[in-house]
Design a protein around this ligand. Structure first.
Ligand SMILES: Cc1cc2nc3c(=O)[nH]c(=O)nc-3n(C[C@H](O)[C@H](O)[C@H](O)COP(=O)(O)O)c2cc1C
Length: 355
């Protein structure tokens, strides 16, 4: 099949918004899967509307659609990227959305296209680009991880505050910087570049700095808020995942309760005495915790048995689920989340399915 290319060209080859040398340019890539196959007409409509908004936002980029799989590359001013990303990541037309990289870029690769769309088998250039992007390191997140375990964490705090000033979005900050930094801390430990204590310290600092920047975050008002319990798995000392999940669910308008039960029994008591629509149980965002998967399954089973709500929806999260070394089936959960940024949409989808 021939490569079918539809392009939305920009009127000129320049973009006013990043002409000034001091305006940073950000590039973001992600992959996802269409929730149901997109016809050529649907793709054309999507491209038409998206390209118009990209043009207004000073964004250029490309999207590959092949066999329901989606890969997109976006480049533009950080605040515009954060706004568009917030819309894209909430869009029900695709799922399993996974940000691959976010970094500053010296120049645009797709300066002529508001959104270049390629369908059919991706050409080798795109394959190469995807591979390069996936293996490229997220420099900002790695830097944040290193700064978070420095003797004096002021620079880490400044970096996080500066990133928030650009994104103005906790969801973007979470998915593009904090969660990758947590994984980078785990990688530093795996490579023997720091100890377990430092990873825990770094995660605590990220959590503290997140709380500082999130003080002005607003809660959306929604018609039917869900009652959601957010907790780290009893015995899990890394609380960052639960904190990020709780923030995302709260912002999305849900009645969010965060608890830190130290034992399985304590967790059972919580779900037995209060009605919850869903529970979000998390493992470390830094370590893969392979040895805790079996215990998690056991706890999920006992929580379900103890729950006041017999149809309690169970969602699990943590590095194990991001890396796919464990699946929701392994722990008897309804689903697992790979980023707090997508958790509210995931909870709503699962609850709708099981209603
Ligand atoms: C795979 C995919 C790629 C998309 N790419 C873009 C894009 O590059 N720019 C854009 O403005 N919208 C894009 N959209 C559409 C947005 O998700 C969203 O519908 C649109 O921007 C309107 O935003 P709103 O829902 O926040 O009002 C894309 C949607 C999908 C499913």
């Amino acid at each position: 099949m021939a490569v079918n290319q539809m392009t939305a060209q920009n009127p000129g080859t320049t973009h006013g918004r990043d002409q000034a040398a001091d305006t940073p340019l950000m590039m973001l890539t992600y992959r996802s899967r269409a929730t149901s196959p997109l016809s050529e007409t649907q793709l054309g409509d999507l491209q038409h509307t998206a390209a118009a908004r990209n043009r207004a936002e000073g964004i250029t980029g490309m999207m590959v659609y092949n066999d329901d799989r989606i890969f997109q590359w976006l480049e533009g001013p950080p605040a515009s990227i954060a706004r568009i990303w917030s819309s894209i990541s909430r869009d029900p037309r695709h799922a399993d959305i996974e940000a691959l990289s976010m970094q500053t870029a010296p120049s645009r690769l797709f300066s002529r296209w508001s959104l270049k769309l390629t369908t059919g088998p991706a050409d080798p250039l795109i394959g190469e680009m995807t591979a390069a992007t996936m293996s490229s390191t997220n420099a900002a997140a790695e830097r944040l991880a290193a700064l978070a375990i420095a003797a004096e964490p002021t620079e880490a705090r400044l970096l996080l505050h500066a990133a928030y000033a650009e994104f103005r979005s906790i969801a973007a900050l979470t998915e593009l910087l904090i969660e990758p930094a947590a994984r980078a801390l785990g990688d530093l430990w795996a490579e023997d570049d720091c100890g377990e204590y430092e990873v825990t310290l770094g995660l605590c600092r990220l959590q503290t700095f997140l709380r500082e920047v999130a003080t002005d975050s607003m809660q959306q008002q929604i018609a039917h808020p869900l009652v959601v319990l957010v907790a780290p798995l009893p015995g899990e000392i890394h609380m960052l995942g639960a904190t990020l999940d709780a923030e995302a669910l709260w912002q999305a308008g849900h009645d969010t309760r965060v608890r830190f039960p130290s034992t399985e029994r304590a967790l059972e008591r919580i779900v037995a005495t209060k009605w919850f629509d869903a529970i979000d149980l998390s493992l470390s965002p830094a370590f893969s915790r392979e040895h805790r998967i079996e215990r998690m399954r056991h706890i999920v089973d006992s929580v379900r048995r103890a729950s006041k709500n017999p149809a309690l929806v169970v969602i699990t999260g943590g590095r194990a689920f991001y890396d796919r070394t464990a699946s929701s089936d392994d722990v008897h959960a309804h689903t697992s989340s790979t980023s707090a940024a997508h958790l509210p949409a995931t909870v709503a989808r699962v609850l709708k399915k099981h209603a």
